[in-house]
Design a protein around this ligand. Sequence first.
Ligand SMILES: [Zn+2]
Length: 246
Amino acid sequence: MLERTPWLKEPPGQKGNELRESFDLYPPGEGKTSFPVSWPPAFRVESGTAAREPSSTFSYLGQIHQTYLTFSSPEGLILVDQHAAHERVLLEKLLTRFSQGAVPKQPLLLPEVMDLPAGEAKIVEDHLADLARMGFEMEPSGRRTFWVKSTPEILADREPMETLKEMIKEISSWGRDVDLQRSFDPLLKMMACRGAIQAYRPLGREEAQALLADLQNCATPSHCPHGRPTLIKITIAELEKMFGRR
Ligand SMILES: [Zn+2]
């Protein structure tokens, strides 16, 4: 199973409420973030601190704005951005499975037809094997038409065809000779973003705790693939300072 937290998949009927993230929202500052330069240093995320504490020391407090999960720990208050955190978790799982061979896929009971402009059709034809490794099995049927026979498991209920179209557009923008064996990274990031739980979705205690545990198992838990923080810690000392106790 690709996800340890499969219940984080979107339940049917929730789609209208969620805020979809746009890739243009955040510049691809790999691992870096401009957040929160103007804030006191106390609010900055230090990788290797809260993100590495055992999750058993955190107790879940609740969700704010259906987007931020709050936990208390012996060291202070922890805030988690549910989309950024889940996106990080999914990306690392995708990267692992991709490097082991292929991303887990789900066959479509009824294959979907995809018609593409000539340029994009050529790109798809040149990269059928790479797309299959990413979970999209496609079979040519005519000059500009393809049967899509499987989609990645993590996108099963997340409009996989839309994501596929975006990925094909992205690949064609890279030019004809692109080597997807090397340039798969941005494509897996797109899949992680689309597959991840969105902001403005209610989460239960069990889901929130599972997400935090998954995040803490990541190699780079402190930032999402867009470079935004996944987790912010406000220490007891900082709280005391804010309340004028020291
Ligand atoms: Zn995202």
